[in-house]
Design a protein around this ligand. Structure first.
Ligand code: ATP
Ligand code: MG
Length: 336
């Protein structure tokens, strides 16, 4: 992944993006920022972003003190003892200056430095500042740095990067795109079999089949089941218990989104799509019956786009579907 200046890694929740990104860069100098913590912030300031960057730099500097020598050249950045500190006023450091000093460090070492921003789409709510010009500057001028942007809100991530927008700083820059898919049935079964084998746990083949049927190939759910089995042992209800716990987690995530958007119509749409998926007109009919009011095309388009952008639904040909197996199973009964 580090061989490209910019890589974008997308995929539904718990499909293994973070693990993949970390595994594929584990032997490279890497600065890792997870900005999911901003999910619930109404907006993000440059200062909030800088604070995350500062923490990530400190983690990095604790492993390689040499970097500190290079960082010292950045205006608005101080080294206090062993900690990197930023001025918070007008003289706070420029992102481009920080990137330049990192690039010089990597150049001296003859290595490529990878900067990972996980759940980068959250930065779309940054006010009064955009990191995109600095990224574009790095793309054009700093050969020793590469970026990986990962995210589970696929539509939002692409909208944040403004890849299709000619006025975007990143427009026309090549980005390597990686879409991580759930494992197929065979691979999912193998994943569980191997995991159990490694822990010396014997399970029936039918147990594995049932698990994969209910949890699909989402590696996070499969490994969650594995963990439960390892700690509690196999039981008749353990798969359903895991599905139930998972449903609560997923419903909670979905309801947070519904709250943030301020419309219960999203719940009705998820119910309409249900396990089988639904077409545009089926969704509209369902909504109109449930709400007893006419739904305009523009309104439905907006609602569906928000659901797609946030990764809760996908469009396959003419059908809208719910990619997450747990949300799919819970869809009919979901209450927010
Ligand atoms: N290759 C793998 N082998 C074993 N376990 C894995 C593997 N990949 C991921 N996992 C496990 O699955 C879970 C989800 O993985 P991870 O956090 O990487 O996914 P993600 O797509 O980043 O999820 P999120 O959307 O929540 O950020 C983690 O608990 C992780 O340990
Ligand atoms: Mg992740």
């Amino acid at each position: 992944m580090a061989s490209h200046a910019i890589t974008v890694v997308v995929g539904v929740r718990r499909v293994g993006k973070t693990s993949l990104v970390k595994a594929s860069t584990h032997d490279l100098p890497r600065i890792y920022l997870d900005v999911r913590k901003f999910e619930e912030s109404r907006y993000i300031t440059y200062g909030m972003f800088l604070e995350e960057l500062r923490k990530a730099l400190n983690v990095f500097a604790s492993m390689d003190r040499k970097i500190v020598e290079h960082l010292k050249a950045v205006k608005g950045l101080k080294i206090l003892g062993v900690e990197v500190e930023f001025s918070l006023d007008r003289s706070r450091p420029l992102l481009t200056s920080i990137l330049e000093s990192l690039d010089r460090w990597a150049g001296d070492r003859g290595e490529k430095l990878v900067i990972v921003i996980d759940e980068a789409q959250e930065l779309i709510r940054m006010r009064g500042y955009s990191i995109l010009p600095a990224i574009a500057y790095a793309y054009d001028n700093l050969r020793n740095i590469s970026f990986i942007f990962a995210g589970s809100k696929i539509g939002l991530l692409y909208r944040f990067l403004r890849v299709e927008d000619p006025s975007s700083p990143l427009y026309g820059r090549y980005m390597e795109r990686v879409e991580l898919k759930p494992l197929d049935k065979e691979k999912s079964m193998e994943f569980l079999r191997k995991g159990f084998e490694e822990h010396g746990i014997r399970v029936e083949e039918t147990f594995i089949e049932e698990a994969v049927e209910k949890l699909d190939g989402v590696i996070g759910w499969l490994s969650y089941l594995g963990l439960k089995v390892v700690s509690r042992g196999v039981s008749r209800t353990i798969i359903d218990d895991v599905v139930e716990e998972a449903s609560k987690i997923v419903a909670n995530e979905f309801c947070k989104f519904v709250d943030a958007m301020g419309s219960k119509r999203y719940v009705e749409i998820i119910r309409a799509i249900n396990r089988e998926g639904a077409t545009w007109s089926e969704i509209r009919r369902y909504l109109e019956i449930r709400l007893g009011t006419k739904i305009y095309d523009s309104e439905l388009a907006r609602l569906l786009r928000n659901l797609i952008d946030n990764g809760f639904i996908e469009k396959r040909d003419d059908l809208y579907i719910i990619p997450d197996p747990i949300l799919r199973q819970a869809s009919r009964n979901i209450l927010c």
